[in-house]
Unconditional design. Sequence first.
Length: 267
Amino acid sequence: MKNLHNGEFFGKTNETLRFDGLTITDTEYTHSYVDWHYHENAYFTFLLQGNMTEGNKKETYDCPAGTLLYHHWEDAHYNIKPDIFTRGFHLELTEDWFEKFQIPKDSLEGSFNLKDPDLKLLMYRIFKETKVNDPSFELSVHELLLHIFSRLTVTGRGSDRKPGWVNKIDEMLHESFTEKLSLTELSKSLEVHPAHLSRDFRKHFHCTLGAYIKKLKINKSIDLLSTHQSLTEVAHECGFADQSHFIRLFKENTGITPLQYKNLLKK
């Protein structure tokens, strides 16, 4: 089984940044099939454009643009890519980085498809920082990355301490966030009192129910903006009232406009 070393990925890497134990690469995937392999370092993949399938020892994911994956070091996986342009943004973390920022290197183990919209938006902001000419971008990247690990290690993934309705509502919202949703109907489906749902949703998701739905819409728009759809089409497909509402919320959550994001993808 092939072991990929620091900064090495299958495909054509167009840009590489290295600083303080991090290696950041922007890579076009050129292989239709990549056999089982692993990487010597832990790393995140944020799929910028295209689509691929990834499999590991536990499960297989369909990965459209906007997918965020985490792989622990030496965790084996394989990839299948359709015949379309596919591009990934990788953030690789050496053991020195974990030691420097006092994060236990085994705080996460395995390969994960991270669906939390907050984590995706944080990684999106890291991508943005690497594409703008700002002398403080390294500090910003570390800050955002530490925020990601804080969220991952504090909340955990699939913790048994969570009540059953937490995972259920997350699935429901991911499937229906573009529709008009009612707190009363959600409560009935979950068999949870509306007041309890409203209060405890914030505890488990770190934001209100309404804010979470908006973040799901923004994440979906990041996927669609990687294609050539117009802003009006993206706004409609993501369930926004109109284009101006979409642009305002996108900028509130990411710091730039949807059009500026489309331009970042060209760099």
